[in-house]
Design a protein around this ligand. Structure first.
Ligand code: A2P
Length: 339
Protein backbone atom coordinates (compact mmCIF):
# COMPACT_ATOMS: atom_id res chain seq x y z
CA UNK A 1 0.00 0.00 0.00
CA UNK A 2 1.96 2.97 -1.27
CA UNK A 3 0.27 5.69 0.79
CA UNK A 4 0.58 3.81 4.06
CA UNK A 5 -1.71 2.14 6.56
CA UNK A 6 -4.28 3.35 9.04
CA UNK A 7 -2.93 2.21 12.40
CA UNK A 8 -4.94 2.17 15.62
CA UNK A 9 -3.21 1.93 19.00
CA UNK A 10 -5.58 0.64 21.69
CA UNK A 11 -4.21 1.81 25.04
CA UNK A 12 -2.46 4.78 23.43
CA UNK A 13 -2.22 6.68 26.74
CA UNK A 14 -0.56 3.77 28.57
CA UNK A 15 3.08 2.86 29.17
CA UNK A 16 3.30 0.36 26.28
CA UNK A 17 0.90 2.23 23.98
CA UNK A 18 2.97 5.40 24.31
CA UNK A 19 6.11 3.46 23.43
CA UNK A 20 4.34 1.92 20.42
CA UNK A 21 3.53 5.38 19.08
CA UNK A 22 7.13 6.57 19.63
CA UNK A 23 8.47 3.52 17.82
CA UNK A 24 6.09 3.89 14.85
CA UNK A 25 7.51 7.41 14.51
CA UNK A 26 11.15 6.49 15.20
CA UNK A 27 11.15 3.54 12.77
CA UNK A 28 9.26 5.48 10.09
CA UNK A 29 6.47 2.92 9.90
CA UNK A 30 4.29 3.70 6.87
CA UNK A 31 1.37 5.23 8.80
CA UNK A 32 -1.29 7.08 6.82
CA UNK A 33 -3.45 7.91 9.85
CA UNK A 34 -2.70 7.15 13.47
CA UNK A 35 -5.78 6.52 15.62
CA UNK A 36 -5.00 6.70 19.36
CA UNK A 37 -7.67 4.86 21.36
CA UNK A 38 -8.14 4.83 25.14
CA UNK A 39 -10.86 4.86 27.78
CA UNK A 40 -13.23 7.64 28.78
CA UNK A 41 -10.64 8.73 31.37
CA UNK A 42 -8.54 10.08 28.52
CA UNK A 43 -11.13 12.36 26.95
CA UNK A 44 -9.34 15.65 26.33
CA UNK A 45 -5.88 14.07 26.50
CA UNK A 46 -3.48 14.47 23.58
CA UNK A 47 -0.99 12.01 22.20
CA UNK A 48 2.05 13.38 20.39
CA UNK A 49 2.85 11.87 16.97
CA UNK A 50 5.22 13.40 14.40
CA UNK A 51 5.15 16.73 16.24
CA UNK A 52 1.36 16.90 16.22
CA UNK A 53 -1.06 16.58 19.13
CA UNK A 54 -3.66 13.93 18.34
CA UNK A 55 -6.71 13.68 20.61
CA UNK A 56 -7.17 10.30 22.22
CA UNK A 57 -10.45 8.79 21.08
CA UNK A 58 -12.70 6.66 23.27
CA UNK A 59 -12.59 3.01 22.21
CA UNK A 60 -15.95 1.83 20.88
CA UNK A 61 -17.18 -0.94 18.58
CA UNK A 62 -17.05 1.56 15.70
CA UNK A 63 -13.42 2.55 16.26
CA UNK A 64 -12.03 0.20 13.60
CA UNK A 65 -14.11 1.01 10.50
CA UNK A 66 -11.15 2.23 8.46
CA UNK A 67 -8.26 0.59 10.32
CA UNK A 68 -5.70 -1.67 8.60
CA UNK A 69 -3.57 -2.60 11.62
CA UNK A 70 -4.62 -2.44 15.28
CA UNK A 71 -2.00 -2.65 18.02
CA UNK A 72 -3.67 -3.62 21.32
CA UNK A 73 -2.20 -2.99 24.77
CA UNK A 74 -5.09 -2.13 27.09
CA UNK A 75 -5.44 -5.38 29.04
CA UNK A 76 -6.67 -8.88 28.22
CA UNK A 77 -10.39 -8.18 28.68
CA UNK A 78 -10.31 -5.29 26.20
CA UNK A 79 -8.48 -7.48 23.68
CA UNK A 80 -10.93 -10.36 24.13
CA UNK A 81 -13.86 -8.06 23.46
CA UNK A 82 -12.50 -5.69 20.81
CA UNK A 83 -9.88 -7.67 18.84
CA UNK A 84 -12.56 -9.80 17.10
CA UNK A 85 -14.51 -6.59 16.36
CA UNK A 86 -11.40 -5.02 14.83
CA UNK A 87 -10.84 -8.12 12.71
CA UNK A 88 -14.47 -8.10 11.55
CA UNK A 89 -14.00 -4.50 10.49
CA UNK A 90 -11.05 -5.54 8.30
CA UNK A 91 -8.01 -4.91 10.52
CA UNK A 92 -5.16 -7.23 11.40
CA UNK A 93 -4.60 -7.22 15.16
CA UNK A 94 -1.23 -7.40 16.91
CA UNK A 95 -2.12 -8.07 20.52
CA UNK A 96 0.24 -7.37 23.40
CA UNK A 97 -1.96 -9.03 26.03
CA UNK A 98 -2.17 -12.67 27.06
CA UNK A 99 -5.72 -12.99 25.67
CA UNK A 100 -4.89 -15.14 22.63
CA UNK A 101 -1.25 -16.18 23.07
CA UNK A 102 -1.80 -19.85 23.81
CA UNK A 103 -4.55 -20.45 21.24
CA UNK A 104 -3.31 -23.00 18.75
CA UNK A 105 -4.27 -21.09 15.62
CA UNK A 106 -2.82 -17.75 16.80
CA UNK A 107 0.86 -17.17 15.98
CA UNK A 108 2.97 -16.10 18.97
CA UNK A 109 5.93 -14.29 17.47
CA UNK A 110 9.38 -12.98 18.31
CA UNK A 111 10.76 -12.00 14.89
CA UNK A 112 14.39 -13.00 15.66
CA UNK A 113 13.15 -16.50 16.55
CA UNK A 114 10.04 -17.47 14.57
CA UNK A 115 9.21 -14.71 12.07
CA UNK A 116 7.87 -17.35 9.64
CA UNK A 117 4.99 -18.06 12.06
CA UNK A 118 3.49 -14.68 11.10
CA UNK A 119 2.15 -16.33 7.94
CA UNK A 120 -0.32 -18.23 10.15
CA UNK A 121 -2.19 -15.00 10.91
CA UNK A 122 -4.44 -15.48 7.89
CA UNK A 123 -7.24 -17.50 9.56
CA UNK A 124 -7.86 -15.44 12.68
CA UNK A 125 -6.05 -12.23 11.59
CA UNK A 126 -4.63 -11.87 15.11
CA UNK A 127 -0.93 -12.14 15.96
CA UNK A 128 0.04 -12.37 19.62
CA UNK A 129 2.99 -10.52 21.12
CA UNK A 130 4.53 -12.61 23.92
CA UNK A 131 4.95 -11.64 27.58
CA UNK A 132 7.84 -9.23 28.23
CA UNK A 133 9.91 -11.77 30.18
CA UNK A 134 9.36 -14.43 27.52
CA UNK A 135 10.58 -12.24 24.66
CA UNK A 136 14.01 -11.45 26.11
CA UNK A 137 14.44 -15.07 27.23
CA UNK A 138 13.71 -16.75 23.88
CA UNK A 139 15.92 -14.37 21.88
CA UNK A 140 18.87 -15.77 23.88
CA UNK A 141 17.68 -19.36 24.35
CA UNK A 142 16.82 -20.08 20.71
CA UNK A 143 20.36 -20.09 19.23
CA UNK A 144 21.72 -22.05 22.23
CA UNK A 145 18.90 -24.58 21.93
CA UNK A 146 19.62 -25.07 18.25
CA UNK A 147 23.32 -25.68 19.00
CA UNK A 148 23.19 -27.97 22.03
CA UNK A 149 19.52 -28.73 22.85
CA UNK A 150 18.19 -27.32 26.10
CA UNK A 151 16.98 -30.07 28.40
CA UNK A 152 16.02 -27.90 31.39
CA UNK A 153 15.87 -24.19 32.21
CA UNK A 154 15.52 -22.56 35.64
CA UNK A 155 14.53 -18.91 35.29
CA UNK A 156 14.23 -16.25 37.99
CA UNK A 157 12.98 -12.86 36.85
CA UNK A 158 13.62 -9.43 38.34
CA UNK A 159 10.82 -7.43 36.74
CA UNK A 160 10.52 -3.65 36.78
CA UNK A 161 7.32 -1.86 37.75
CA UNK A 162 6.72 -0.43 34.26
CA UNK A 163 5.55 -3.91 33.25
CA UNK A 164 2.50 -3.21 35.40
CA UNK A 165 1.69 0.09 33.66
CA UNK A 166 1.84 3.81 34.31
CA UNK A 167 0.02 3.61 37.65
CA UNK A 168 2.63 1.19 38.93
CA UNK A 169 5.45 3.53 37.86
CA UNK A 170 3.74 6.34 39.74
CA UNK A 171 3.32 4.10 42.79
CA UNK A 172 7.05 3.29 43.07
CA UNK A 173 7.85 6.96 42.63
CA UNK A 174 5.30 8.10 45.22
CA UNK A 175 6.21 5.44 47.79
CA UNK A 176 9.93 6.25 47.49
CA UNK A 177 9.30 9.94 48.13
CA UNK A 178 6.83 9.19 50.94
CA UNK A 179 9.24 6.85 52.70
CA UNK A 180 12.03 9.43 52.60
CA UNK A 181 9.71 12.15 53.87
CA UNK A 182 8.11 9.86 56.46
CA UNK A 183 4.73 10.30 54.80
CA UNK A 184 1.93 7.78 54.52
CA UNK A 185 2.97 4.92 52.19
CA UNK A 186 -0.13 3.94 50.21
CA UNK A 187 -0.26 0.52 48.48
CA UNK A 188 -2.54 0.38 45.44
CA UNK A 189 -1.13 -1.62 42.53
CA UNK A 190 0.95 -4.33 44.21
CA UNK A 191 0.17 -6.76 47.04
CA UNK A 192 2.84 -5.10 49.21
CA UNK A 193 4.99 -2.01 49.28
CA UNK A 194 7.28 -2.11 46.24
CA UNK A 195 9.65 0.74 47.21
CA UNK A 196 12.85 -0.71 48.75
CA UNK A 197 11.38 -4.22 48.52
CA UNK A 198 11.16 -7.31 46.25
CA UNK A 199 7.82 -9.08 45.81
CA UNK A 200 7.93 -12.76 44.70
CA UNK A 201 4.40 -12.53 43.35
CA UNK A 202 3.37 -11.26 39.89
CA UNK A 203 -0.16 -11.97 38.68
CA UNK A 204 -2.41 -14.47 40.41
CA UNK A 205 -1.57 -17.72 42.16
CA UNK A 206 -2.77 -20.98 40.62
CA UNK A 207 -3.70 -24.10 42.66
CA UNK A 208 -0.15 -25.44 42.28
CA UNK A 209 1.33 -22.26 43.86
CA UNK A 210 2.83 -21.00 40.58
CA UNK A 211 1.59 -17.62 39.35
CA UNK A 212 0.00 -17.03 35.96
CA UNK A 213 2.99 -14.77 35.12
CA UNK A 214 5.36 -17.70 35.74
CA UNK A 215 3.18 -20.02 33.64
CA UNK A 216 3.18 -17.49 30.77
CA UNK A 217 6.98 -17.61 30.71
CA UNK A 218 7.00 -21.41 30.77
CA UNK A 219 4.25 -22.12 28.22
CA UNK A 220 5.02 -19.29 25.81
CA UNK A 221 8.72 -20.21 25.67
CA UNK A 222 7.84 -23.78 24.63
CA UNK A 223 5.39 -22.53 22.00
CA UNK A 224 7.83 -20.05 20.44
CA UNK A 225 10.79 -22.45 20.48
CA UNK A 226 8.45 -25.13 19.08
CA UNK A 227 9.59 -27.70 21.63
CA UNK A 228 7.27 -29.07 24.30
CA UNK A 229 10.02 -31.27 25.75
CA UNK A 230 12.13 -28.51 27.31
CA UNK A 231 11.64 -28.56 31.06
CA UNK A 232 11.24 -25.01 32.37
CA UNK A 233 10.58 -23.69 35.83
CA UNK A 234 10.26 -20.04 36.78
CA UNK A 235 10.00 -17.64 39.71
CA UNK A 236 8.78 -14.15 38.80
CA UNK A 237 9.76 -11.33 41.15
CA UNK A 238 8.78 -7.65 41.04
CA UNK A 239 11.68 -5.37 41.97
CA UNK A 240 11.80 -1.61 42.64
CA UNK A 241 13.26 -0.71 39.24
CA UNK A 242 11.33 1.66 36.98
CA UNK A 243 12.20 0.08 33.64
CA UNK A 244 14.19 -2.93 32.43
CA UNK A 245 13.60 -6.59 33.29
CA UNK A 246 16.48 -8.87 34.34
CA UNK A 247 16.60 -12.66 34.39
CA UNK A 248 18.91 -15.17 36.03
CA UNK A 249 18.90 -18.34 33.92
CA UNK A 250 20.41 -21.79 34.55
CA UNK A 251 20.42 -24.13 31.57
CA UNK A 252 21.10 -27.84 31.23
CA UNK A 253 21.89 -29.02 27.69
CA UNK A 254 21.75 -32.39 25.90
CA UNK A 255 25.17 -31.79 24.30
CA UNK A 256 28.34 -30.10 25.54
CA UNK A 257 28.56 -26.30 25.23
CA UNK A 258 31.08 -24.16 27.07
CA UNK A 259 30.85 -20.44 27.93
CA UNK A 260 33.19 -19.43 25.08
CA UNK A 261 31.07 -21.26 22.51
CA UNK A 262 27.89 -19.72 23.98
CA UNK A 263 29.44 -16.24 23.76
CA UNK A 264 30.51 -16.88 20.14
CA UNK A 265 27.00 -18.02 19.18
CA UNK A 266 25.29 -15.13 20.95
CA UNK A 267 27.66 -12.55 19.45
CA UNK A 268 26.40 -13.65 16.03
CA UNK A 269 22.73 -13.60 17.04
CA UNK A 270 20.54 -10.79 15.67
CA UNK A 271 19.13 -8.57 18.38
CA UNK A 272 21.56 -9.75 21.09
CA UNK A 273 24.47 -7.87 22.66
CA UNK A 274 26.99 -9.87 24.69
CA UNK A 275 28.25 -7.75 27.60
CA UNK A 276 30.49 -10.05 29.56
CA UNK A 277 33.79 -8.63 30.81
CA UNK A 278 33.67 -9.33 34.51
CA UNK A 279 37.26 -8.05 35.02
CA UNK A 280 35.94 -4.61 33.97
CA UNK A 281 32.67 -5.02 35.95
CA UNK A 282 30.84 -5.16 32.60
CA UNK A 283 27.57 -7.07 32.66
CA UNK A 284 24.03 -6.13 31.63
CA UNK A 285 21.99 -3.89 33.91
CA UNK A 286 18.61 -2.17 33.43
CA UNK A 287 20.19 1.29 33.60
CA UNK A 288 22.09 0.53 30.41
CA UNK A 289 19.50 -1.58 28.58
CA UNK A 290 16.66 0.94 28.89
CA UNK A 291 16.03 2.83 25.67
CA UNK A 292 17.88 0.19 23.64
CA UNK A 293 16.41 -2.28 21.17
CA UNK A 294 18.71 -5.22 21.91
CA UNK A 295 18.59 -7.97 24.50
CA UNK A 296 21.75 -7.92 26.66
CA UNK A 297 23.39 -11.08 28.00
CA UNK A 298 26.34 -11.55 30.33
CA UNK A 299 27.68 -13.43 33.39
CA UNK A 300 27.97 -16.44 31.07
CA UNK A 301 29.61 -19.24 33.03
CA UNK A 302 29.52 -22.95 33.65
CA UNK A 303 26.84 -24.33 35.92
CA UNK A 304 28.87 -27.10 37.48
CA UNK A 305 25.89 -28.73 39.19
CA UNK A 306 24.84 -30.55 35.98
CA UNK A 307 26.75 -32.26 33.18
CA UNK A 308 26.31 -29.71 30.39
CA UNK A 309 25.31 -26.61 32.31
CA UNK A 310 25.47 -22.86 31.74
CA UNK A 311 24.37 -19.94 33.88
CA UNK A 312 23.67 -16.50 32.42
CA UNK A 313 22.04 -13.13 33.05
CA UNK A 314 19.70 -11.45 30.56
CA UNK A 315 18.44 -7.83 30.58
CA UNK A 316 16.20 -5.89 28.18
CA UNK A 317 13.96 -2.83 28.07
CA UNK A 318 10.59 -4.43 28.86
CA UNK A 319 8.59 -1.62 27.25
CA UNK A 320 10.62 -1.75 24.01
CA UNK A 321 11.83 -5.24 23.05
CA UNK A 322 9.62 -6.76 25.76
CA UNK A 323 6.47 -5.19 24.31
CA UNK A 324 6.19 -2.24 21.89
CA UNK A 325 9.26 -2.85 19.73
CA UNK A 326 8.45 -6.53 19.25
CA UNK A 327 4.90 -5.58 18.20
CA UNK A 328 6.14 -2.95 15.73
CA UNK A 329 8.72 -5.40 14.32
CA UNK A 330 5.85 -7.84 13.69
CA UNK A 331 3.88 -5.04 11.99
CA UNK A 332 6.90 -4.25 9.79
CA UNK A 333 7.13 -7.85 8.59
CA UNK A 334 3.37 -7.99 8.13
CA UNK A 335 3.28 -5.00 5.77
CA UNK A 336 6.44 -6.01 3.94
CA UNK A 337 5.50 -9.61 3.29
CA UNK A 338 1.79 -10.16 3.73
CA UNK A 339 -0.41 -7.08 3.27
P1 A2P B 1 -6.79 5.32 29.90
O1 A2P B 1 -5.48 6.01 30.11
O2 A2P B 1 -7.80 6.18 29.22
O3 A2P B 1 -7.32 4.66 31.16
P2 A2P B 1 -1.16 1.12 31.41
O4 A2P B 1 -0.83 -0.30 31.04
O5 A2P B 1 0.01 2.03 31.38
O6 A2P B 1 -1.92 1.17 32.70
O7 A2P B 1 -2.16 1.64 30.29
C1 A2P B 1 -3.38 1.00 29.99
C2 A2P B 1 -3.95 1.59 28.73
O8 A2P B 1 -5.17 0.89 28.45
C3 A2P B 1 -4.32 3.05 28.86
O9 A2P B 1 -4.12 3.70 27.62
C4 A2P B 1 -5.80 3.00 29.19
O10 A2P B 1 -6.52 4.15 28.84
C5 A2P B 1 -6.22 1.84 28.32
N1 A2P B 1 -7.49 1.30 28.80
C6 A2P B 1 -7.77 0.78 30.00
N2 A2P B 1 -9.08 0.43 30.08
C7 A2P B 1 -9.63 0.76 28.90
C8 A2P B 1 -10.93 0.68 28.35
N3 A2P B 1 -11.96 0.18 29.06
N4 A2P B 1 -11.15 1.11 27.09
C9 A2P B 1 -10.13 1.63 26.37
N5 A2P B 1 -8.86 1.74 26.82
C10 A2P B 1 -8.62 1.31 28.07
Amino acid sequence: MSDGYNVAVVGATGAVGGEMISLLEERKFPVRNLIPLASENSVGKDVMYLGEDLSAEVLTEDSFSDVDIALFSAGGDISKKYAPIAVKSGAVVIDNTSAFRMEEDIPLVVPEVNAAAISDFKDRRIIANPNCSTIQLVVVLDPLHRYAGIRRAVVSTYQSVSGAGLKAIEELSRQSVDLFSEGDCKIENFPHRIAFNCIPHIGTFNDDAYTDEEMKLILETKKILGDENIKITATAVRVPVFCGHSESVNLEFEDPIDPDKAREILMETAGVVVMDETNLCKYPMPIEAVGKDEVYVGRIRKDNTVENGLALWIVADNLRKGAALNAVQIAEILVKEYL
